[in-house]
Design a protein around this ligand. Structure first.
Ligand code: ATP
Ligand code: MG
Length: 371
């Protein structure tokens, strides 16, 4: 194992050398750097399996030493050596990226070899995790840019489909028979549906790639809730579901993206109405609790089986029940809504079970509230 010992005291170097020679199970190649500058040159030129780092050197001291070495160590594990009575500094070094620390006292001799081996194992494991994460992030980025390009290419012809069918419907291109009018209307509506779907897919892929940009402003949730509930009141079951709105008096405003928050309310109230039976009741409320804003939508509809809750939060996830009943839906509303809430630093929780109705609880954090 190739070790870089960053240490300026001659005695300490000799001691480490002696201890390493004692190990019957492993041979070590020990390289010594006496200053931070020296260590930087060495690390820039060759790879080591582990770094043993004394924090007090002629050209640096304390946590700054850890920071400097960590920034160029490129994933190589660091074991910090601290003077006696300096546990606290050792613990702080761990928070600054060191794998372990050793206090130079009487126990030092016994634990050095073990610490070296553990630190090496840990840094190898961490390296694997880092590589796997980098790969996953790369895959997400590629997928997201593919979807962004595809959406753009789909939108252009789709706008022609929508624009021309709309023109024909308006009568500008001459009179149509009733059948022609009906079919053209279908073309127009399907085109608009597809355009919306493309927008949703694009938004979800932006959320996954962490590329969603919020256009923040002061937003009045009371107004959004009033607008959305009025708009959706008659949209499902011919309006036979009762919508009860319960917004706390003096509800503070929010600092957030109005379009996104409107979408959150629209999707959740829309779901509640869509999955309710005729004559059911949907309750929409907004209150402040422990400093956070809690927005809740509760229905008494078909519910979501407990073991399907995770699935419906994934893109295209739909319950068996909603498929069997042939209820219209794509399965994109919830994952998008959850992503939009999280982009605001909030959380979305689903409480539901088969036949028991569904409650969706959105919590927006106190730092977003404005009085
Ligand atoms: N309030 C609810 N009650 C019962 N089931 C629900 C409710 N909300 C969501 N679900 C279930 O979760 C699934 C996912 O919801 P989501 O809003 O993502 O998609 P959708 O409503 O099917 O389609 P859309 O993309 O148009 O919103 C639904 O298909 C339905 O099975
Ligand atoms: Mg939905």
């Amino acid at each position: 194992m190739k070790i870089l010992l960053v240490e300026d005291s001659r005695t300490s170097v000799l001691l480490v050398q002696m201890l390493l020679q004692d190990d019957p199970l492993e041979t070590y190649e020990l390289h010594v750097a006496g200053t931070l500058a020296d260590a930087k040159t060495r690390l820039g030129n060759e790879k080591f399996d582990l770094i043993l780092l004394d924090l007090t050197l002629p050209d640096t001291s304390g946590l700054a030493t850890v920071d400097s070495v960590f920034s160029i160590a490129d994933g190589t594990g660091i074991v910090v050596l601290t003077a006696q009575n300096d546990e606290e500094l050792g613990l702080a070094a761990l928070r600054h990226g060191a794998q372990d620390f050793l206090v130079k006292d009487e126990t030092y001799r016994r634990v050095l070899l073990r610490a070296i081996k553990y630190a090496r194992q840990r840094s190898l494991a961490e390296k694997e995790i880092r590589e796997a994460r980098d790969l996953a992030e790369f895959a997400t980025r590629s997928k997201s840019s593919f979807i962004a390009n595809l959406s753009h290419e789909l939108r252009t012809p789709l706008n022609a489909v929508i624009g021309f069918s709309e023109m024909m419907l308006s009568g500008m291109t001459g009179k149509m028979t009733d059948k022609q009018h009906e079919y053209t209307n279908d073309i127009f509506k399907s085109g608009r549906y597809l355009l919306g779907l493309i927008g949703t897919v694009l938004d979800i892929s932006k959320i996954e790639a962490n590329k969603l940009e919020l256009h923040n402003g002061i937003v009045d949730m009371r107004e959004i809730i009033a607008d959305v509930t009025e708009r959706l009141q008659g949209a499902y079951h011919n309006g036979i579901v009762e919508l009860v709105v319960d917004v706390a008096p003096g509800l503070p405003k929010l600092y957030g993206d109005e379009t996104m928050l409107t979408q959150v309310v629209t999707n959740l109230v829309g779901n509640a109405l869509k999955y309710s039976p005729d004559g059911g009741e949907v309750r929409v409320s907004a209150v402040v609790e422990n400093g956070d804003m809690i927005f809740t939508v509760k229905d008494h509809g078909i519910g979501i089986p407990k073991d399907e809750i995770d699935m419906v939060l994934q893109p295209f996830g739909r319950t068996q029940e909603s498929r069997v009943r042939n209820i219209d839906g794509t399965g994109l509303g919830l994952p998008l809504t959850k992503g939009l809430v999280e982009a605001h630093g909030g959380t979305l929780k689903l409480v539901s079970d088969t036949g028991k109705g569904t409650t969706v609880i959105v919590r927006l954090p106190d730092d977003r509230l404005r009085n």
